[in-house]
Ligand binder design. Structure first.
Ligand code: COI
Length: 355
């Protein structure tokens, strides 16, 4: 389907003011954003406008009842300078899975991809050229109907904004295994990329950081025994030659980097097992020397190498190096930047805007 996306450009781009060697985390936004409104049961008026404030009624339902979901993805430049998107169809699908759980309308998947292509084409000068950097894209949807009362909203906004990003972690990371607070219980919203999941994680994360950890390792809600995921990523352990990652059981985010890592590992002939995994098993593997490495996988972080896991009164040493994690990271980066053949068919070209 073709869409009529109205484009209003800024008079003067701010891109020249950005120091691409020193990109501040999450605070710089490109010149434009994509917006679409939901009214009377349909998405209308898709448009690209200068980045700016959006008038919001104080009774906007997202502010009170939390109907707000989002996606995270990145655009890269290939070796010819062409802007490329990584698996945007997967983000479009996942947004709608989140929308289902949160009682929100689906956003048309082809308009999701088209909006991204238009925005990234327009903002291609903002894609950082350096290895490990990218243009982070944040599609999101929220209820903007002013109403006091508990029901699904009838008005929503879907927006895509873009923010240039450098590498997330520059060192091996430490995780805090959280036994007091939980992220997701069966039947809850754990699988949805819902703003509220992140809201509930903020205080536990701040407490973990105060203890010297980088992110929280979430355990299951019932027994605090099974590993689910990490603050902003899924997790993989290499034990006795096999890669184990928590299976998707409705409480774990269906990460796009997670599924890509699984495909790359299997393509390299490595054994990947998706199953329940206990913290106790990781502790024993660390003690008996079969825990070879572990890494997190997420859009914002890419691949994050794990040094240790802390819990009340003890530390589980994971590993001081991550040779396979590094290899997977290099393979993914090479595919995303066109240095390696895209044998999985993951990359989607946008286009450079014609001057
Ligand atoms: C992402 O990795 O894109 C995420 O959405 C995590 C975010 C909270 C930084």
């Amino acid at each position: 389907m073709s869409f009529n996306i109205n484009i209003t450009k800024v008079e003067q781009s701010k891109v020249d003011a950005l120091d691409f060697d020193n990109i501040p985390l999450g605070t710089t936004f490109t010149d434009h954003m994509f917006i679409c409104d939901y009214e009377n049961g349909e998405w209308i008026n898709p448009r690209i406008v200068p980045m700016g404030l959006i008038p919001t009624h104080p009774a906007a339902m997202a502010l009170h009842y939390g109907q707000a979901i989002f996606e995270g993805m990145k655009a890269y430049k290939d070796t010819h300078g062409e802007p490329m998107l990584f698996r945007p169809d997967q983000n479009a699908k996942r947004l709608n899975t989140s929308a289902d759980r949160m009682g929100m309308p689906h956003f048309p998947e082809d308009l999701f991809v088209e909006g991204l292509k238009e925005l990234v084409s327009l903002e291609h000068n903002w894609i950082p050229p350096k290895d490990g950097s990218a243009l982070y894209l944040r599609p999101f949807m929220y209820a903007d109907e002013p109403f006091i009362g508990m029901r699904a909203a009838t008005h929503y906004k879907f927006i895509i904004m873009a923010s240039p990003a450098g590498p997330f972690f520059s060192k091996r990371i430490k995780l805090w295994a959280e036994k007091q607070f939980i992220r997701a219980a069966h039947g809850g919203t754990g699988e949805a990329k819902a703003a509220g999941n992140y809201a509930a994680a903020i205080r536990p994360t701040e407490l973990a950081k105060a203890k010297g950890y980088d992110q929280v390792l979430w355990l299951d809600a019932a027994e605090h025994k099974y590993i689910q995921e990490v603050g902003t990523m899924n997790i993989f352990f290499k034990i006795d030659g096999a890669f184990i990652t928590p299976k998707l059981d409705g409480s774990v985010l269906d990460g796009i980097t997670r599924k890509s890592v699984i495909d790359v590992l299997r393509n390299k002939g490595l054994n990947v097992i998706e199953r329940l995994i206990t913290l106790q098993e990781i502790k024993e593997a660390s003690q008996n020397g079969t825990l070879e490495e572990a890494f997190g996988a997420g859009t914002a972080v890419g691949i994050a190498y794990i040094q240790e896991i802390g819990l009340e009164g003890e530390t589980i040493h994971v590993s001081d190096e991550s040779p396979v994690g590094l290899e997977i990271n290099n393979t993914l980066d090479a595919i995303k930047t066109g240095k390696e053949e895209d044998k999985f068919g993951w990359m989607l070209k946008t286009r450079k805007e014609l001057a």
